[in-house]
Design a binder for this molecule. Structure first.
Ligand code: PHE
Length: 341
């Protein structure tokens, strides 16, 4: 019987050591310690033993049981630890792994260049302001010293909402609004959409964008205008950029000029981009007309100012070599994706 007990102890030990999962472990518990188990089977034979042998065998049997129980629980703990380790290994997150890229939209070329322009003028202390696109005739024409008979007022050129309300044909009405609202010193740019009754072709669109500029203060001169625009050109086209003024006429500035930048493709030699001119027109500008200052309640003997207005589409098209303005408005992703960084 002693041998039988030792054999059970030995077998249990080996079986437990080999055991690899909880289910098997449970089966082993039943096999060795269960009511119909091997140990119980032996104990049932105790009756056949002599009175001396019985306590000795009883003690041995208890020791064997205790040993098997200890080994069982040791093994159980080991298996649990193993399972936890495996789980931790399997569920480990590699924080260095590359993430799934979220595809972001890119900026529209008009926005890219407008952002650059804003940045340049904000660096010179300009505020960025806006005005309404549906505008009173009073702001779009009257306040800007545009004569009653001026052709630009014609229905052929301007979208009329009512006799006294139009879709603004330029950002210049924001000048009048700013001068009416605030006292000099004024130093603002006003970007936005403008509308003209042009039919669509490669270089025309009934909707396009302008950026207006206005500075009003005591003692502002044409030299300040030139300095500001030169700084702007260098900011947009690089340190080598050069500008020139050509005499022009706008009702709301006097004197007025059209401003060219030296062609950045050929450095003034003349090429296809500048149509052999060597220079590219980028904006209209001038000293704010005394009539405009007066209209806005600003004394032209005390204050002076300069203003300029540029067409955003033309600048963007020249900058990127875009030959058809429609590309800027059709939102063809094949076109737009070329500009996203
Ligand atoms: N408003 C003018 C245009 O649309 C541009 C301009 C603005 C000219 C300000 C001079 C001063 O052509």
């Amino acid at each position: 019987m002693k041998e039988a007990l030792q054999k059970i102890a030995q077998e249990a030990k080996e079986a437990l050591q080999r055991c690899q999962d909880m289910k098997e472990l449970d089966a082993l518990r039943v096999r060795f310690l269960g009511k119909k188990g091997e140990l119980t089977g032996i104990l049932k034979q105790m009756g056949k033993l002599s009175a001396e042998e019985r306590p000795v065998m009883g003690q041995l049997a208890n020791e064997v049981r205790a040993e098997i129980e200890r080994e069982l629980s040791d093994r159980q703990a080991a298996l649990k630890a193993q399972a936890l380790e495996k789980q931790l290994r399997d569920e480990k997150i590699d924080v260095t792994m590359e993430g799934k890229a979220v595809s972001l939209g890119g900026k529209h070329p008009l926005t890219i260049v407008l952002d650059e322009i804003k940045e340049i003028f904000m660096g010179m202390g300009f505020d960025v302001v806006t005005g309404p696109e549906v505008e009173y005739v009073r702001y779009n024409f009257d306040g800007l010293n545009v004569p009653e008979s001026h052709p630009s007022r014609d229905e052929q050129d301007t979208f009329y909402i009512r006799d006294d309300i139009v879709l603004r044909t330029q950002t210049s009405p924001v000048q009048v609004r700013m001068m009416e609202q605030s006292k000099p010193p004024i130093r603002v740019i006003a970007p936005g959409r403008v509308y003209r009754t042009d039919s669509v072709d490669a270089t025309h669109s009934p909707l396009f964008h302008q950026v207006e500029g206005l500075v009003v203060d005591k003692g502002v001169t044409m030299a300040d205008l030139r300095g500001a625009l030169e700084a702007f050109a260098k900011g947009l086209y690089g340190e080598d950029a050069q500008i020139r003024f050509r005499p022009h006429h706008f009702p709301f500035t006097e004197p007025s000029a059209e401003v060219d930048v030296m062609c950045f493709a050929c450095q003034g030699k003349g090429c296809r981009l500048c149509k052999g001119e060597g220079w590219i027109e980028i904006l209209g500008a001038g000293m704010v007309h005394p009539n405009v200052l007066k209209y806005c309640g600003i004394d032209p003997y005390e204050y002076s100012g300069f203003a300029f207005g540029l067409g955003l589409e033309r600048i963007v098209m020249r900058k990127y070599g875009i030959d058809d303005i429609r590309l800027l408005f059709e939102n063809d992703l094949r076109f737009l994706r070329q500009f996203s960084e």
